[in-house]
Design a protein around this ligand. Structure first.
Ligand code: FMN
Ligand code: FE2
Ligand code: FE2
Length: 395
């Protein structure tokens, strides 16, 4: 079994998961996901992170082959979430003398999850660990997206081991480095991964990016997806844009509809957007699109238009569910338009007004509320709403 050498004496020992349907049992994985781990063979042998426990057998085999009889000196734990820390206990059983490198928060979790209390080597911000020909450096990246997250930097190879930062869904099908594979299929998935998993933590991500910008980095080794070298700048710019909530030119339309009345309103709004020059439109029926994809597009575009029927004096439940996911991620600075329908006593438009206020979003156009059948007046009002959004985007 061969393992890819991604830099001088740094080997990829991660695994692919093509079995799990939902990451965190929530987010669809149509193209799977990889759990990345890296083995550095210097005078000391150093493993950076482990993999999901389901793959520990294969993982341990890869490590044993590369070590070729040597012992494992250090395990660096950059992140304690079980998709990476899941194999730590088994690794310790295999290599009882391995020193586990982490920060104080890592060690609290290491005890809690795995009952491991000893053989620990604690590091703080800026600390170094000499492993022979170089000293690894450690930088805390708290809340990207857990409190114990840290980055490890290899100054010899100019590699940043970045935990989940710059990660993406999608397996590594034979290749690991972005220089040896076509990476086109990862960009949309990277946006989905970021918005689903890390999206709430824009400001900690910005802090971590700032810290990383002080280092001379040629390669980024994340815990999911390709190793970034040729496309490093692009991967960083995606995380930068998303963590600033900086939407691109375009509009996401999110609507729920049972019998098609609200949907007709959404169609009219979309028609007017295009008629007034908006080219990028992502349209989601909440009952069909998984929230994972809706979130990706809500982060992608500056404009957001939401429509909902009234349902038992509330929003349509699936719309409500998407709104709560947007709210949790504290999506900032959206240009917000909205509409709704009802049959006897409308509530959805009122509730969408309250939502926009809570999010502190700029409301664009006049909200449209429609009773029972779709009237020519409602139709015109929806066209006006689309036009207002298109004009606002041009400013
Ligand atoms: C289960 C259910 C609950 C509803 N609750 C309300 C309500 O509380 N107030 C109201 O005015 N209309 C209510 N309606 C009517 C719908 O809001 C109205 O028919 C709406 O236009 C449907 O839009 P749609 O065709 O996009 O599904 C309800 C409809 C259903 C099926
Ligand atoms: Fe994570
Ligand atoms: Fe992860």
């Amino acid at each position: 079994m061969k393992s890819r050498e991604i830099a001088n004496n740094v080997f990829y020992v991660g695994v692919n998961d093509r079995q799990k349907a939902l990451f965190e049992n929530i987010w669809p994985l149509p193209h799977g996901v990889s759990y990345n781990s890296y083995l550095i063979l210097d005078e000391k042998t150093v493993l950076v992170d482990t993999v999901d426990i389901c793959y520990s057998d294969l993982f341990l085999k890869k490590i044993a082959i590369l070590l070729n009889g040597r012992s494992l000196d250090y395990l660096i734990v950059d992140h304690m979430e079980p998709d990476h820390a899941g194999s730590i206990r088994l690794l310790r059983q295999q290599y009882p003398d391995v020193q586990i490198v982490g920060n104080s928060k890592t060690f609290g979790m290491l005890d809690g999850f795995h009952g491991i209390k000893d053989g620990l080597h604690e590091v703080k911000e800026g600390d170094t660990l000499n492993i022979g020909s170089r000293s690894l450096q450690f930088y805390m990246a708290a809340m990207v997206h857990w409190p114990e997250v840290m980055f490890t930097y290899d100054p010899q190879n100019k590699i940043l081991f970045s935990a989940d930062a710059f990660g993406t869904y999608g397996t590594l099908d034979g290749g690991v480095l972005d220089t040896e594979i076509n990476v086109d299929r990862f960009w949309d998935e990277m946006e989905r991964y970021y918005t689903n998993i890390v999206g709430k933590y824009g400001s900690p991500v910005q802090k971590a990016l700032q810290k990383a910008s002080a280092l001379d980095i040629e390669t980024i080794c994340s815990t999911h997806g390709p190793v970034w070298r040729q496309y490093l700048k692009k991967a960083v710019s995606i995380y930068d844009r998303l963590s600033r909530y900086a939407g691109e030119d375009g509009v996401t339309i999110v609507y729920g509809s049972m019998y098609g009345y609200t949907e007709q309103m959404a169609e009219a709004v979309a028609y007017a957007l295009v008629e007034n020059g908006v080219k990028n439109i992502a349209m989601h029926n909440v009952s069909k699109s998984h929230a994972s994809y809706i979130l990706r597009d809500v982060f992608k575009y500056k404009g957001l238009i939401i429509g909902s029927p009234t349902y038992s004096n509330q929003l349509f439940p699936e719309v409500e569910s998407v709104l709560s996911k947007i709210e949790i991620r504290d999506v900032k600075n959206r240009l917000f338009g909205y509409f709704g329908s009802f049959a006897w006593s409308g509530a959805s438009v009122k509730l969408l007004t309250a939502f926009g206020e809570k999010m502190k979003w700029e409301v664009v156009g006049t909200p449209v509320e429609q009773k029972q059948g779709f009237t020519p007046d409602s139709y015109e009002a929806c066209l006006e709403l689309g036009k207002a959004m298109a004009n606002r985007l041009k400013q």
